[in-house]
Design a protein around this ligand. Structure first.
Ligand code: GLU
Length: 313
């Protein structure tokens, strides 16, 4: 990269500010519909310890499905490869909350990043405890990863999702019928809805994602996951992180990424950067409209892509 990252980020923020099509804020969770589409934030934590931010980088937003990356990390830590007996590792090619595929595939969700898969992961993480224990563990994990004790749950979002989460209830009940959800459905969904309602800023999220750019290591030297596991999580983010638009995201951006309906995206450039973008308006596939554009611009300006050879600078 020859250009200065700070300049690139300033340009991206300027072009996103004036973008005419900002997408549409998610409405199916009423509390999320209250967020204004004008916001845009970006934060980049680099492997050499820099932090470059722009726009609303310090404003908290609902991380929603991005939480599935951290939940997966905890679940494989608990049960290891046994997780893959209960969840697949293939792109779904269907919407995030699709139910049809589950019938064909006997209650085994395609991957841990569609809702059905994340509900199984939440079931694993519950491990016989009450939801508040699992949620406490998730919050402690995120606070450690980001080095920030202010990360918390937005209870209004959790309540809103609980009140309107009929599809997720259907998915969980359906998988319970196949014995692929083992705790009572209301407990599993209690944990799942609260994990989705965690609020973080782009800065906190980029910091939390650093272990995935550092082959499983926390910058403090601690090992979060093995290198092999970090690579596998990145592989799943690349192939399944944007639902049925994962191929398009890989094509346009070329980075493992996980989106959420709150408008956030966490993207990883192994060995180089952990990037968080946020803009609440979504495109037709349910991924942040401007967040995707911003990452596309960042990738083309920096040359950062897992498909390009390492570049100096
Ligand atoms: N909590 C959301 C749901 O279960 C997550 C979906 C997403 O962020 O894509 O519907």
């Amino acid at each position: 990269m020859t250009e200065d990252l700070t300049d690139i980020v300033a340009d991206i923020v300027a072009s996103m500010r004036s973008a005419p099509d900002r997408g549409r804020v998610a409405h199916y969770i009423p509390e999320l519909a209250k967020v204004e589409a004008r916001h845009f934030g970006i934060a980049i934590a680099t492997a050499d310890g820099q932090m470059v931010t722009g726009g609303d980088a310090d404003m908290g937003f609902s991380i929603q499905s991005i939480s599935k990356v951290f939940a997966l990390t905890l679940a494989v830590g608990k049960v290891g490869d046994q997780l893959w007996d209960r969840v697949g590792r293939e792109p779904s090619g269907t919407a995030f909350n699709s139910i049809v595929q589950l019938e064909h595939e006997q209650g085994i969700p395609r991957n841990p990043f569609i809702n059905a898969g994340a509900i199984v992961v939440a079931d694993v993480n519950l491990g016989g405890h009450q939801p508040r224990v699992a949620i406490g563990e998730m919050l402690r994990f995120l606070r450690y990863l980001a080095g920030d004790d202010d990360i918390a749950i937005n209870e209004a979002v959790a309540a809103s999702e609980t009140a309107s989460g009929f599809r997720n209830m259907a998915l969980a009940n359906y998988m319970r019928a196949f014995d692929n959800v083992r705790h009572p459905v209301e407990l599993v969904l209690g944990a799942y809805f609260h994990q989705c309602a965690i609020e973080m800023s782009c800065r906190q999220l980029a910091l939390a994602g650093r272990y995935l750019m550092l082959d499983g290591r926390h910058p403090d030297g601690g090992r979060v996951v093995s290198p092999r596991r970090a690579r596998r999580i990145n592989a799943l983010m690349l192939t399944c992180g944007h639902y049925d638009a994962s191929g398009d995201f890989a094509f346009r951006v070329g980075m493992p990424g996980k989106s959420g309906v709150g408008g956030g995206i966490l993207a990883i450039v192994p060995g180089r950067a952990s990037i968080a973008v946020w803009s609440p308006g979504l495109n037709a596939s349910g991924n942040s409209q401007l967040g995707t554009l911003a990452l596309e611009e960042l990738s083309s300006r920096t040359g950062w892509s897992i498909f390009s050879p390492p570049v100096a600078g």
